[in-house]
Ligand binder design. Structure first.
Ligand code: SF4
Ligand code: SF4
Length: 411
């Protein structure tokens, strides 16, 4: 694609990066075939190729409008288009660059602004989020149906977290909303890894990975969250005692793996960010399949592979293999490349599209009549559970249970 970037961006790092990405695109439109919003809306501007054109125009000096922003807002950043693209166009990076400029130039209305400000203030702070979550649970019967659906009736205990006893040690991201919504996920990961001879530890004071604010288009605030997390992890990383940094939420993993790139322009953090990205692994990469304990016929599972796992990190088939090693039978899932509609705060900001995608995903997951749905990301888990008639769990909980104990460290 020919480009002629405007003066305001041409000689900046973002301009150079965007230019290189745009030049790779050959307009073939293959990406539209796997784009969830193009599938639903059938509008060229709600597909990757159209959005690439919109960003190109903005970078070439055309003034963006509310309509430009609407088409960019409707994008889930699922990156299915990147997996499909034969030319290796990094759509996600281009969208980030375009969105930052459009956000600056096109103001939002008061309601939209307020909604985003509240999400940005509350979600990344575990303390605040826990407070509002508890409040929401208490008043659940009085909430409108759309909100009530999002709040589950049951709470779960984390269960035992084995004391660190192995020479092999890995650090796990605690995260922001996950400790309040599902503390049992990291505890289950700690038990499974403990049985495999690896101690999993959390760093005190380590919170949000920055993805939430970054993808709400508060990119600088997102980078601040990233620096805070790096500061909390750095003393442990520097001591050299960690084999890896483990992510139990694939959405966070995609972002932390990109720290090196996202903080490359910050001389104080660039090297640290690069090292942390290099150490980052999704949980499915560190659980050794040969040490997974097998149970006879523990049940039938439909696995929903989050976009952040299959497209963002290009990790496909690994969780399914681990579940099979534990004895689970996997039910087939059609359109497994399509997003479930969760995508961070998308389900709150674009509820109609999000609900259509969830209904489509739940129908695909339920078609093989599984006993349980498994996923790898807390956002997808909560979003799917709100509309599902079957339990939705993190896959590590199923591995933990197949080993015979959901809350004991084992031997
Ligand atoms: S990231 Fe997903 S929603 Fe956005 S353009 Fe690509 S495929 Fe479509
Ligand atoms: S598939 Fe790739 S090269 Fe083809 S239009 Fe989409 S982004 Fe451009």
């Amino acid at each position: 694609m020919q480009t002629s970037l405007a003066d305001f961006i041409r000689d900046t790092p973002e301009g150079r990066e965007a230019d290189a990405i745009l030049r790779k695109c050959v307009h073939c439109g293959f990406c539209n075939a796997t784009c969830p919003t193009y599938q639903l809306l059938g509008d060229e501007l709600d597909g990757p190729r159209g959005r690439i054109y919109l960003v190109k125009q903005v970078l070439e000096g055309v003034a963006p409008t509310a309509k430009t922003r609407l088409h960019l807002d409707r994008c889930l950043t699922c990156r299915a288009c990147e997996t499909t693209c034969p030319s290796g166009v990094q759509y996600g990076r281009l969208a980030d660059i375009g969105r930052a400029i459009v956000e600056e130039k096109v103001g939002r209305g008061p309601w939209e602004g307020l909604q985003r400000a509240v999400l940005s203030a509350v979600l990344p702070r575990t303390g605040w989020f826990s407070f509002f979550w508890g409040f929401g649970r208490f008043f659940k019967p009085f909430l409108p149906k759309s909100l009530e659906q999002k709040i589950p009736s049951e709470t779960h205990e984390a269960g035992t977290w084995p004391a660190p006893r192995h020479a092999r040690k890995m650090l796990v991201l605690a995260g922001c909303v996950q400790p309040a919504l599902a503390p049992e996920i990291n505890a289950a990961a700690a038990r499974v890894l403990d049985r495999a001879g690896i101690s999993l530890i959390e760093a005190p004071g380590a919170g949000c990975c920055g993805a939430l604010r970054f993808h709400l288009n508060e990119q600088e605030a997102g980078r601040r969250d990233m620096r805070t997390l790096i500061d909390a992890w750095w003393p442990m990383v520097e001591r050299g005692e960690l084999e890896a940094i483990v992510m139990t939420a694939s959405g966070c993993g995609t972002t932390v793996r990109e720290y090196g790139h996202l903080l490359a322009g910050d001389p104080a953090y660039a090297d640290k960010a690069k090292r942390i990205s290099a150490m980052t692994r999704d949980l499915c990469e560190v659980v050794p399949a040969e040490k997974v304990m097998k149970k006879n016929n523990p049940g039938r599972v439909a696995f929903q592979s989050p976009c952040s796992l299959q497209h963002g990190q290009q990790l496909r088939g690994r969780v399914e293999a681990l579940l099979a090693s534990a004895g689970y039978s996997l039910s087939p899932v059609a359109e497994s490349h399509l997003c479930c509609g969760s995508s961070g705060t998308y389900s709150i900001l674009q509820p109609e599209l999000s609900e259509q995608l969830r209904a489509r995903k739940l129908a695909a997951l339920g078609a093989g009549e599984p006993d349980v749905v498994a996923t790898a990301n807390i956002g997808c888990l909560m979003h799917l559970q709100a509309g599902a008639d079957k339990p939705v769990r993190h896959w590590i909980q199923l591995l933990d249970e197949a080993s015979g104990s959901a809350d004991n460290p084992g031997s």
